[in-house]
Design a protein around this ligand. Structure first.
Ligand code: PMP
Length: 374
């Protein structure tokens, strides 16, 4: 089935409801004071609409199906073991439930109970590891997953940190979906001016940026061929790729330290995040406070139930558009399209203090007054 299959007729299973998420214009957010002067379009790729609720469903499906094809995964025998911040775990547990694999997910303590409950509800096991354990220590989620693999017959780690099918799922899937959404829209300008995504394994930003570069290079060369112009247009067409990274992660530079936002940032550079990062133009650092305030704001203004790393992606987008020369030029242009990946939804974080604090705020003074008179 093509990556850009859309919802026609009856789907044979939830596996076909992986991906194919909508691209939504955040026009209401832009009207708020904080976004004043940002005139470009902000187009959100809203990933909680996927079957398992996140951007990681596509890679879970692709990693399993490719491992089945090449014979590494054997139905009825293999046990899928994976270290993850949780969303790849949900995706793998979902695929395992449908295909009949035993699945064991290893994740750090800091990751939400909602993710653990979802994985367990899908029939997989969950092992927790200390959040502060360094990635290369025996106690880390990666270290424990390796130990489990070595001791459980049939144990296999598909390894999202190194598996080429992680970025390829976004190259062939997520990017093609974005392109399809733009091409079937009524926008005059369908070109992507900037692409923004957070980095955890780096699979999303690596796959998307490579697909974008290849696509725009191809468009530019067909233009050169068509009208005989030089490569100048190709240069003009070059979109800016922005990676967002939390303060406390080393991916985008800076000191390693604690932070609450889940799914982005690491204390090592994963193999799938190309070490030379040729396709990433800039890294933007965000704090927990910025990320969580933005998530609350988008939920309230756009009615989109996004999670913390989505808030970070949008806080990073705003900083890019305000603070960098490249961003400022894009922000001025009403026809410019800035595509931002929003990786998961708030249902993954309902019990987290950062969410409850904002959501369960005391009623407005008006309501307090009204209730007193009931
Ligand atoms: N946000 C969340 C909530 C995630 O679970 C992940 C996956 N770790 C990401 C962002 C980053 O995605 P990637 O691993 O493709 O960089």
């Amino acid at each position: 089935m093509s990556a850009t299959h859309h919802w026609n007729g009856i789907l044979p299973s939830a596996l076909e409801a992986v991906g194919n998420t909508p691209l939504i214009a955040l026009d209401r957010l832009k009207q708020s004071e904080e976004w004043q002067g940002i005139n470009c379009r902000i187009l959100a790729k809203v990933e909680f609409f996927s079957a398992g609720g996140s951007v990681k469903d596509r890679i879970a499906k692709r990693m399993v199906e490719r491992a089945e094809t090449d014979g590494r995964l054997k139905p009825g025998y293999s046990v899928i073991i994976e270290p993850t911040s949780g969303n790849t775990g949900i995706g793998l547990a979902l695929v395992s439930a449908l295909k009949g694999y035993r699945c064991i997910i290893v994740m750090p303590e800091k990751m939400s109970r909602e993710k653990e409950a979802t994985i367990r509800a899908l029939g997989a096991d969950v092992v927790r590891t200390p959040t502060e354990a360094g990635w290369d220590s025996e106690e880390s989620h990666i270290g424990v997953a390796k130990k489990l693999r070595d001791s459980i017959p049939g144990g296999i780690i598909l390894d999202q940190y190194a598996n080429e099918n992680n970025p390829l799922a976004h190259y062939h899937g997520t990017y093609q979906e974005i392109k399809h959404s733009l091409e079937t829209s009524d926008l005059k300008c369908k070109r992507i001016s900037a692409l923004v995504a957070g980095a955890g394994t780096g699979g999303t930003i690596t796959g998307l940026s490579k697909a974008l570069r290849d696509d725009q290079a191809q468009q530019a060369s067909s233009k050169v061929g068509a009208n005989g112009s030089n490569g100048q247009e190709a240069e003009e067409a070059k979109a800016v790729v922005v990676a967002v990274d939390p303060v406390g992660s080393l991916l985008g530079g800076g000191q390693v330290g604690p932070y609450q936002v889940e799914g982005i940032g690491y204390d090592f550079v994963p193999e799938v995040l190309d070490p030379n990062k040729p396709n990433i133009d800039c890294w933007i650092k965000t704090t927990d406070d910025e990320a969580f305030a933005m998530a609350h704001k988008v939920i309230r203004t756009e009615g989109l139930l996004i999670g913390g790393s989505s808030g970070a992606a949008l806080a990073g987008t705003l900083k890019f558009l305000r603070d960098s020369p490249a961003g400022q030029a894009i922000a001025k242009n009403e026809d410019a399209n800035v595509v931002v990946v929003l990786p998961d939804g708030i249902r993954n974080y309902i019990s987290k203090e950062w969410f409850l604090e904002g959501a369960l705020r005391a009623p407005t003074s008006n309501l307090t007054h009204e209730i007193a008179h009931v």
